[in-house]
Design a protein around this ligand. Structure first.
Ligand code: URA
Length: 216
């Protein structure tokens, strides 16, 4: 069962197993291969949890015993959209669970002059307005990039209630900022941290996710 500490926030069950995975990825002495392996395990759980909240329709199938099974089938198509660069780390986890899933990308960076987030690039599936969207970004800190990325999706016709924003770690401030802008988007997260430090890093956090996944 998923707990909901805030409206439209689905927090993964805080099991010992999950805490163990976070203990590994938060440890500054964890090697890059281990960081990738254990982050990928959490990402997989986030994708599965997102799918738990997708709408379904009744579906009956004939089994090999001659009896019917009354089950369900997913309604509608999904796609992933990663916020470059760190969000790209979550693409493989989505592909492993959803075969042949379409994946788009959005690049947002801080504008050197204004210090505000600026949209540099977007490449999205043509029919995105007809899909459910898993928006991928591992860290929900201030929420600035995710808010802008969600604005882009909505401008392209995606309904907010069809967006699932998946992240490994969030914090109250980021969740509240994000939901002030996009209250109907569902956030699926694995952990809610204490807050942000002066450099806008999550605390206790894990440092720079992109650097640890791709570089160090
Ligand atoms: N992005 C990161 O990689 N880490 C944080 O703590 C916040 C944003």
């Amino acid at each position: 069962m998923t707990t909901q500490p805030f409206k439209n926030v689905y927090l993964l069950p805080q099991t010992n197993q999950l805490t163990g995975l976070y203990t590994i990825i938060r440890d500054k002495n964890t090697t890059r291969p281990d960081f990738i392996f254990y982050s990928d395990r959490i990402i997989r759980l986030l994708v599965e949890e997102g799918l738990n909240h997708m709408p379904v329709v009744d579906k009956t199938v004939a089994t090999h015993t001659g009896e019917d099974f009354h089950g369900v089938g997913f309604e509608g198509k999904i796609c992933g959209v990663s916020i470059v660069r760190a969000g790209e780390s979550m693409e493989q986890g989505l592909r492993e669970v959803c075969r042949s899933v379409r994946i788009g990308k959005i690049l947002i960076q801080r504008d050197e002059e204004t210090a505000l987030p600026k949209l540099y690039y977007e490449k999205l599936p043509e029919d995105i307005d007809n899909r459910y969207v898993f928006l991928l970004d591992p860290m929900l800190a201030t929420g600035g990039s995710a808010i802008m990325a969600t604005d882009v999706l909505i401008k392209r016709g995606v309904k907010p209630e069809r967006i699932y924003f998946l992240n490994l770690i969030g914090c109250k401030e980021g969740i509240e900022n994000y939901h002030r802008a996009h209250p109907d988007v569902k956030i699926v997260t694995g952990c809610i941290d204490r807050g942000l430090n002066e450099q806008r890093y999550l605390v206790p956090g894990l440092g720079d996710f992109g650097d640890r996944y791709y570089c160090i």
